[in-house]
Design a protein around this ligand. Structure first.
Ligand code: ATP
Length: 422
């Protein structure tokens, strides 16, 4: 293992090996280039001679089935070649899913619905990306569902969403985010509102099922679902609920035998539960790194990553915005109106009075036309961030991907904040 390398390094990789590297230092750039042979980054093939530029926070594995030579230019914090990887096992999963797709194609049924579970930092998102990339490379059009509200890869933190994957992920930027289906949750962990989380997961499953019905190619290709790393107690119940809601065919359990055994015990036999080891390359992230990754997700939503975006900033009158949050405090059952459960309060739309309390918060712009619609279960068009609140003039300023006016004025307040430092 080499530490603190500058300049250029060349690596000759044998078949079935991977080069792992990390870029930690701010403002540092590392360029990767495939010189000879074939290689892929999390399932996306590298183009020979093309320079891929990675910046701070990148943790990358360049894997080769056939052997290759790659070059890294710039200062990596860690770079080493690993001979032991679980890629063969991951490829077997892909092959099994592909067989199910072939059967689905023949019988005009639906393809595999696969959920990836495991504790934090075991490579769940990476395995999803790999399986999706292998599927699109075979000409499939799978749906990617991300239920990880903290470190998800669709839209911004505090949401759950689905994406039709039509091309392999970009080596540096991940999957293209064209027209994702996104629901507002508003917190960075499901534990903040379990009733709402389950409601949104059920809703997302319903909408995905409808979309598969309408699109044969997607239906045959199936769904790959990423989940949160909260796997104990309440978190475990969320996983079994999601498995039921999506009617999964297979659950891939990364790294934790205890979780695997619990699922084998509790999940009906027709669902395949498969244990898979985690890759030694998956990097554990500290709390600070997780916060940074969340911030980065929001920053990229507004400002783009490699391809820069130029967001707009404009004022919104308090009187123009219809602001809500989801979930009121739970009252004792004796205080609830007849026929309502105490839990119902957790999924209720509650009006929010604008004020300094909005500062730095993210707001989801709902597709719902009116608060009388089912706003909670309606997907969102996008997000704005409140960068200033003027109490005197009764306005707030938002950072928005689109110019004025807001496409809709039903706005949902998120717990998650973003400090715009641009
Ligand atoms: P979370 O609990 O936050 O949801 P996770 O289990 O989904 O995490 P990933 O996000 O897939 O884990 O992986 C964590 C980090 O490790 C990512 O930055 C990813 O790029 C990196 N990583 C994954 N696999 C490898 C590998 N084989 N070599 C090097 N880095 C890797």
């Amino acid at each position: 293992m080499s530490e603190e390398k500058t300049t250029s390094q060349e690596f000759k990789l044998d078949p079935d090996c991977e080069l792992r590297f990390e870029v930690e230092s701010k403002n540092e750039k590392v360029t990767l280039e495939l010189k000879i042979g074939l290689a892929e980054v999390f399932g996306t093939e590298l183009v020979k001679g093309k320079k891929y530029e990675f910046t701070a926070g990148a943790k990358v594995a360049v894997y080769t089935w056939q052997g290759c030579t790659v070059e890294l230019v710039g200062k990596t914090d860690v770079s080493y070649v690993a001979k032991e990887t679980p890629m063969g096992l991951y490829l077997n999963c892909h092959a099994a899913m592909e067989r199910m797709r072939e059967a689905a194609e023949k019988d005009d049924t639906r393809g595999p619905i696969t959920m990836v579970v495991g504790p934090c930092d075991v490579g769940k998102s990476t395995l999803c990306r790999l399986l999706l990339n292998y599927a699109v490379r075979m000409g499939r059009r799978p749906v990617f569902v991300d239920l990880d509200v903290g470190q998800g890869h669709i839209a911004i933190p505090g949401t759950v969403g689905a994406l039709l994957v039509e091309r392999p992920s970009n080596v540096v930027e991940g999957f293209s985010q064209q027209a994702p289906l996104v629901f507002h949750f508003g917190h960075k962990t499901p534990s903040a509102n379990i009733a709402l989380y389950n409601l949104l997961v059920s809703r997302l499953a319903e909408v995905c099922s409808d979309r598969l019905q309408a699109n044969k190619k997607a239906r045959v290709s199936g769904i790959v679902i990423n989940t949160c790393g909260w796997v104990k107690g309440g978190g475990y119940k969320l996983l079994t609920h999601a498995a039921q809601a999506f009617e999964v065919d297979a659950i891939l359990v990364l790294d934790q035998e205890r979780l695997y055994n619990e699922l084998v015990r509790d999940i009906p036999d027709f669902v395949k539960v498969v244990f898979l080891p985690k890759s030694g390359g998956v990097v554990e992230r500290s709390q600070t790194q997780r916060i940074e990754a969340r911030d980065q997700g929001v920053r990229e939503y507004f400002y783009g990553s490699r391809t820069p975006l130029y967001p707009h900033s404009f004022e919104v009158k308090w009187s123009e915005a219809r602001l809500y949050k989801i979930g009121a405090p739970v009252l004792p059952a004796s205080c609830m109106p007849l026929g309502m459960k105490a839990e119902d309060n957790l999924t209720k739309l509650v009006a929010v009075t604008p004020g300094p309390n909005l500062l730095h918060h993210l707001l989801s712009v709902s597709f719902a036309d009116s608060p009388e619609d089912d706003v909670v279960q309606t997907n969102v068009a996008g997000f704005v961030c409140v960068t200033n609140v003027d109490v005197e003039r009764q306005t707030f300023t938002v950072l928005s991907p689109q110019p004025r006016p807001l496409p809709n004025t039903v706005l949902l307040l998120s717990d998650i904040q973003f400090m715009d430092s641009h």
